[in-house]
Ligand binder design. Structure first.
Ligand code: SAM
Length: 263
């Protein structure tokens, strides 16, 4: 899969390309559980000041900047979309954060040597991979022996009807697992000491988890950008209309898990 440049309004895009180019345009990405979940992931992956950390699918760079700024470790963030990397670099520059690098790359073919990082983390990303096992094997390859791998992934609880799983695929190109399914993928990557931390937040809690990590500018600028996108592009207009058709009971089946293990 090639790196994707954002803002090409007249090309036909796949659901995941539409979803992510839109997020990169408005400058917001998110994951289940917000900052609290990120702190848990940091703890489970034993990330300390002297760690070298890879954030896979870093989006607009919130977690990578948090790691460099608050923990003081060295961080590399990669994302498939050039538009996300641009946003992440701008965030680091705006906050004057040092010890951080960003580059566009495909997680399923990481451009790093074996045994490079003390920890590889990824939040709400693996669900979008075409080949999840290949992606997780890559995470393990670039992690140092005894280093940590931690992912936060949307996880089905109960048995969602097919129209719900189909809607995620059609809207975002994503396919999620249940807790056992995600654990199995970690095991198949050869990891040891696997821990699964299960969460089942309600929609209101998830909403507050997300907004609690937003900056003041995130409350205004993105809405203006959404309106401009809707005016500029029929493709995005149709996409937003499609979003409104998501089955209302989807949140009934949505949980998330933090899955960590050691190489
Ligand atoms: C839901 S967003 C989460 C972003 C970020 N981790 C966060 O928590 O805000 C998923 C991110 O994964 C990236 N992504 C999806 N597939 C990818 C791949 N194959 N390689 C690298 N990044 C990918 C998307 O571009 C997007 O930025």
């Amino acid at each position: 899969m090639e790196k994707i440049v954002c803002g090409k309004m007249n090309q036909t895009k796949t659901p995941d390309q539409l979803y992510f180019t839109m997020q990169a345009e408005i400058g917001i990405t998110k994951h289940m559980g917000g900052k609290q979940a990120t702190k848990k992931l940091i703890e489970l992956c034993n990330i300390k000041e002297n760690s070298f950390v890879l954030d896979v699918g870093c989006g607009t760079g919130k977690t990578a900047c948090f790691l460099a700024e608050k923990i003081g470790c060295k961080v590399f963030g990669i994302d498939l979309y050039e538009g996300m990397i641009k946003q992440a670099k701008e965030r680091a520059k705006r906050k004057k954060i040092k010890g951080i690098e960003f580059s566009a790359a495909n997680a399923e073919q990481l451009p790093f040597k074996d045994n490079t990082f003390d920890a590889v983390i990824s939040e709400s990303v693996v669900g979008f991979f075409k080949d999840k096992q290949k992606g997780l094997n890559e995470f393990a390859r670039v992690t140092k022996p005894n280093g940590f791998i931690g992912i936060n992934e949307l996880t089905w609880t109960g048995n969602p009807e097919q129209k719900i799983t189909d809607s995620m695929k059609n809207l975002m190109g994503a396919e999620f697992n249940d807790f056992k399914g995600w654990k199995k993928l970690m095991e198949n990557s050869g990891l040891k000491e696997i821990q699964v931390t299960e969460f089942k937040p309600n929609a209101l809690k998830q909403f507050f988890d997300e907004i609690s990590w937003m900056e003041l500018r995130d409350f205004f600028l993105p809405w203006i950008k959404v309106v401009l996108l809707i005016i500029k592009s029929k493709e995005y207009r149709n996409y937003i209309k499609g979003m409104a058709k998501t089955p209302l009971n989807v949140s009934k089946y949505m949980g998330y898990g933090i899955y960590s293990g050691r190489k």
